[in-house]
Design a protein around this ligand. Sequence first.
Ligand code: AGP
Length: 609
Amino acid sequence: MCGIIGYCGHRPAVPLIVEGLHRLEYRGYDSSGVCFVQNGELKVVRAEGKLKLLEDKLARMEVSLATTGIGHTRWATHGAPTEDNAHPHRSSEGDLAIVHNGIFENYLECKRDLQDKGFSFSSQTDTEVLANLIADECRSAASLLEAFANALKKARGSYSVAMLSPREPNVVYAARHSCPLILGVGAGENFVASDIPAFLPYTREVVFLEDGEIARITPTSWEVFSLLDRAPLEKKTTRIEWDMQAAQKGGYKHFMLKEIFEQPQSISDCMSGRADFVNFSVNIAELEGMEKPARLRLIACGTSYHAGLWAQSLLEGLAGIPAVAEIASEFRYRNVPLEPGEVVLIISQSGETADTMAALRIAKEKGAKTIGICNVVGSSIAREADTVIFTQAGPEISVASTKAMAAQMTVLLLMALHWSKDEHPRREELRRILTGLADIPAALRDILPALQSEASKLAARFASCRGMFFLGRGQSYPLALEGALKVKELSYIHAEGYAAGEMKHGPIALIEPDFPSFVLLPNDGLYDKTRSNLEEVAARKGPIVALTCAGKSGPDIKGCETWLLPEAYGPLNSFLMLPALQLFSYEAAAFLGKDVDQPRNLAKSVTVE
Ligand code: AGP
């Protein structure tokens, strides 16, 4: 949930670290700091608030020429987002400093032991305890590496951590357990960071660290050791092909808007090599040789969960596989009996979500085959699942997930088609869906500007509401949940996604003239049922905006406005409705002047429980 970076090289470290932290801000941004060695002394500069405040502080200081350093941008887990709690944290004797992402679960018992040994603390963080734990190990270890390893073996929980000490001023040590950490291998310089954009302008050669590995970088070398016995490990470098532009805003006002408009490309990229639009066939190489699952359990959090819920009926209807979508943080604390032949699909854009990772590990412990559906190559879930299918949506920087969901839905639809091979009637259904799917990217590209313009008008009208409903049935129900989530997380307006058929069981009591309902009304078998729900809402003078398709003239209900979208076949309507919902929440947030890409209280990757 935080961003960390370390640098050893020939350039001034501080400006390069701060630049890298800017590219990691999406991982957390409530405080930040840097550490470097100056004239043999450890210097730590930290600031509460956005990274700009750290830059202002550094600008007022004597320029540092240090060429080794570490840095951190924080999303608070232990202790309020204050300067005292900001990273880097020094050991109380000041002979080392660390930056840390994750949760050190047994920090309190270690803190008590360390206090008994005379260590002092100036923060409420678990990280400072880890710094002193390493310092304590230094008292008996033969080397800094040994002390680092011994301390980490005592720490329980999740971490990616980087350490700097005046004892080895041109060396950064780093290690990971359950949190991402990647080496960047440059010419006369080396990096370690939570994510690749932090150092991508300087090198494309990366080494993905695994859990239980320690890295040691200097300006001219990089080594990886086993945490267990510090044995040197052979690791290969991987070349990153996507460019920095792809990770920048590309002319859009916000990453979120850029990523919404990237959806046509993301869907295309996700289909490439998997859907054959000439022979009307689907072939997912990652599933080759795998038996058709007897049962599927789709597990995820947030938006990714909504993608899983959306696919549930498709997997059942097209592939004849019983499927259930589960929220990871619920699944992990129930002792769920998994059936023989049951396959667990783990869906995660970042591939680092703690609850989802935990669910993956539980599923594996129970002997289930696991398939990860991830967007980040080298992410923890991608590497721990038995098989991984990448959504290939490109880097998603905005905290609000948009194009990743469209890509997840595409993968899941293709999986349903892949497994529908022996279902009947298959050929005709497969042809209709693939024909429609082939047209989706172009259709989306055509309508996105008009969707944004309509969304902007509606946002201006409804942004002052105290609350709103998003309603849908069948495959529109998960979209309703997603539409409500987007409004909540971006504009901070309370919004509730609800199954349209459930309104009469209580929620309709909320309906009044300033409580609008956005209703998803695709031209599907549930149109008339959902339309009758709207009659109930209209009868109570609740404003209604019905997102419907050109095939229908609209529900023709007094007080109900129609947001007309192009018609697509069956489940493909969702690919046109989803961006409409995303753009409404985007425009509402922009209208209200909210921080679109970094909404309050949120972070892009929730790597803590
Ligand atoms: C989506 O807009 C939210 N930011 C959040 O719900 C997110 O989808 C959730 O945290 C899961 O993230 P993941 O897909 O990276 O696992």
